[in-house]
Design a protein around this ligand. Structure first.
Ligand SMILES: O=C(O)c1ccc[n+]([C@@H]2O[C@H](COP(=O)([O-])O)[C@@H](O)[C@H]2O)c1
Ligand SMILES: Cc1cc2nc[nH]c2cc1C
Length: 338
């Protein structure tokens, strides 16, 4: 199990990221060329199979164990009127996840993913980022470690999701801090706020950036000041997955924003990630552009919870079914192209 002993250990992990297995990658590419299909005719499914082979360090990668973790947190900045829903909804939705009645429960059942739910101090919202840091150093470290601890080292594929009323506001602030641009560029409707709600969100992000940006000198400090517990937990889980060489399917705007400071500090950070979908939330398409990732799906989803990632799991299953089960030209006695 991965555990960060302190801020320095987190930063050290980020500067020593493992790479995919070169031999397994090469063997998987060779196998793709030998399968009974014109070269490249399975399009991105071929790349996904090779990606999975590299990160699992196995020429025939597996997808029996798909792990899903939903982290939940509450946000002081919600008091600024930045969400369409009251903060009680976070805990109410956690109860819904635990009872099996939320979208992510149904989608994980459909995807064959093993779901766990991790509520993080819901009775103690983070600091309002427009007035103070979201978390103390100890709180941020605890959240990063809650994320890292949730990762099953045996998972073949991981995705993380979130639930947190108000969390598109810290997510927008993290994007602006990592990649620049006006607050308004990164702010959208979130759970469905009206134009005045978006304007309040823009003002809250602007105030947060004025207050914190001068001190956002690394990924840890940026997450601590501008993030939230479920956001830091997602970042900790995705970093732990990298350290364990577990491939990750990225969900929507908030899940991706959680790693924006990590990508800023370690540009190859998303190499172990596939972008499952492009959310309808305004900043997501721009964020994926900064990550250099092409989403697998664009379905107009903006739910969070890991729902977009769960929906994309069958695509990864399809890629590996073709890769592992197809006959080669030699096996099937089919003439290969010249
Ligand atoms: O995943 C997304 O892209 C996404 C986009 C907009 C909203 N959400 C969800 O909506 C909640 C945050 O919205 P808000 O308006 O309260 O900031 C939070 O629980 C997220 O899971 C999620
Ligand atoms: C009902 C509801 C469900 C959610 N799931 C993720 N974010 C959410 C926000 C709301 C408001």
């Amino acid at each position: 199990m991965i555990r960060f002993t302190g801020r320095a250990a987190f930063t050290a992990a980020l500067s020593a990221l493992p790479e995919p297995g070169a031999a397994a990658t090469a063997l998987a590419r060779t196998r793709q060329a030998e399968l009974t299909k014109p070269a490249g005719s399975l399009g991105r499914l071929e790349d996904i199979a090779v990606f999975m082979a590299g990160w699992q360090d196995a020429p025939r990668p597996r997808i029996d164990k798909v792990q899903a973790v939903v982290f939940a947190g509450n946000h002081g900045v919600a008091a600024q009127g930045v969400s369409a829903f009251p903060v009680e909804v976070t805990a109410q939705m956690v109860a819904n996840f635990q009872a099996g009645g939320a979208a992510i429960n149904a989608l994980c059942r459909a995807a064959g993913a093993d779901l766990s739910v991790v509520p993080l101090d819901l009775d103690r919202p983070t600091g309002d980022i427009s007035r103070e840091a979201a978390m103390s150093e100890a709180e941020c470290l605890a959240a990063l470690n809650a994320g890292a601890a949730a990762v099953n080292p045996d998972a073949h594929l991981l995705f993380v999701g979130e639930m947190g009323i108000g969390n598109t506001t810290p997510a927008s602030a993290l994007c602006a801090a990592a990649f620049g641009g006006e607050a308004a560029l990164w702010c959208g409707k979130g759970s469905g706020v009206d134009s005045e709600g978006v304007a309040r969100k823009v003002r809250a992000v602007e105030r947060a950036l004025i207050l914190h940006l001068p001190d956002c000198n690394d990924a840890f400090e940026t997450l601590r000041r501008l993030g939230g517990r479920e956001i830091a937990a997602m970042a900790g889980a995705i970093l732990a997955a990298r350290m364990l060489r577990i491939p990750v399917l990225l969900d929507g705007f908030i899940a991706c924003a959680s790693i924006a400071p990590l990508v800023n500090e370690a540009p190859g950070f998303t190499d172990h990630c596939l972008a499952a979908h492009c959310s309808a939330e305004a900043g997501h398409v721009r964020l994926l552009g900064h990550f250099g990732l092409e989403p697998l799906l664009q379905l107009g989803m903006r739910l969070g919870e890991g729902s977009g990632a769960a929906t994309a799991v069958p695509i990864v299953r399809a890629a590996l079914a073709a890769h592992n089960e197809m006959a080669t030209f030699a096996e099937a006695a089919v003439a290969s192209g010249v």
